[in-house]
Design a protein around this ligand. Sequence first.
Ligand SMILES: Nc1ncnc2c1ncn2[C@@H]1O[C@H](COP(=O)(O)OP(=O)(O)OP(=O)(O)O)[C@@H](O)[C@H]1O
Length: 350
Amino acid sequence: MSRERDLVSPDAEGDERAIEAALRPKRLSEFIGQTRVREQLSLVLESALRRGRPPDHVLMSGSPGLGKTTLAMIIATELGVPLRLTSGPALERAGDLAAILSTLTEGEVLLIDEIHRMSRPAEEMLYLAMEDFRVDVVVGKGPGATAIPLEVAPFTLVGATTRAGLLPAPLRDRFGFVAHMDFYDPAELEQVLHRSARLLGVKLPDDAAHEIARRSRGTPRIANRLLRRVRDFAEVRAGGTITKEIASAALNLYEVDAEGLDRLDRAVLEALLVKFGGGPVGLSTLAVAVGEEPETVEVVAEPFLVRQGLLVRTPRGRVATAAAWAHMGLTPPPDALGAASPSPTLFDEP
Ligand SMILES: Nc1ncnc2c1ncn2[C@@H]1O[C@H](COP(=O)(O)OP(=O)(O)OP(=O)(O)O)[C@@H](O)[C@H]1O
């Protein structure tokens, strides 16, 4: 992966995790944006606190970097309980999950990140745990195998997923509250940036915050990362002073365009327009054309391109819109835009 790709990727790695931890809002009142989710969640939490019982299980869906982990941590803080963290891929066997569930303390919040990637046996164990706060641990194999019931302390499961559509209905139905996290408006990202700048001890004028915000793909994690790169650029080339022009020059250097599209976004659009005449083209073909995994194209690039009105998902495949041709400075062939008219769908097609 190139450095530029790292810069605009919504995923966080290594050292960045530590910086992220420092920038995370700790209370619901500090959490910026997602107004509806915040309000709904605050009701859920308050009523649980009044009843003195753990709240319903919470499912959070949305693109990477929108604040799912942050919200899970806030839930635990607001309830005054510990948070246990695991992820779907770490729960390969039912026993992996049983080991965690059996050591939960009363009221604890359990965050399962990437919950759609949990194995089937773990998932089945989770159904019972979510509903009845018990699990059946199977001992032995074959006809002699016995299920030993094990009590689990009442807990709150927070499931986080970038692919809510992949969750089996029986699992989805067991969540009492589903929070869909949306991309942030530029104005909300400006607030995120001002807050982070304060915490990092950086002076950030409004117009520079505006410039960074509109190029942050609607994602706080990217906004924070671009802020740090702008700060570096300002330190090395401008005596540490951030201005709108410095921010813009830094972001141009890192190949984040005026709409916030990064290299992968542009590669996807370019392949769609140039190689496939604007589509329709299937996800896997498109992914091969840009040398990425289909999941990366689908989870990382597409939601933002769809939101920007540059790409639509139709039952026949991915199709570029007129805005995509204009954004890339290309002229569509006469018949190219007809394919963009079928109503967009949110499901995965071939
Ligand atoms: N609403 C918000 N207000 C302020 N900062 C935020 C907000 N949401 C996210 N952030 C910042 O963005 C960073 C990424 O957030 P977080 O790790 O919670 O995202 P995520 O959705 O869990 O991502 P992933 O799916 O990759 O785990 C955090 O460091 C946090 O500081």
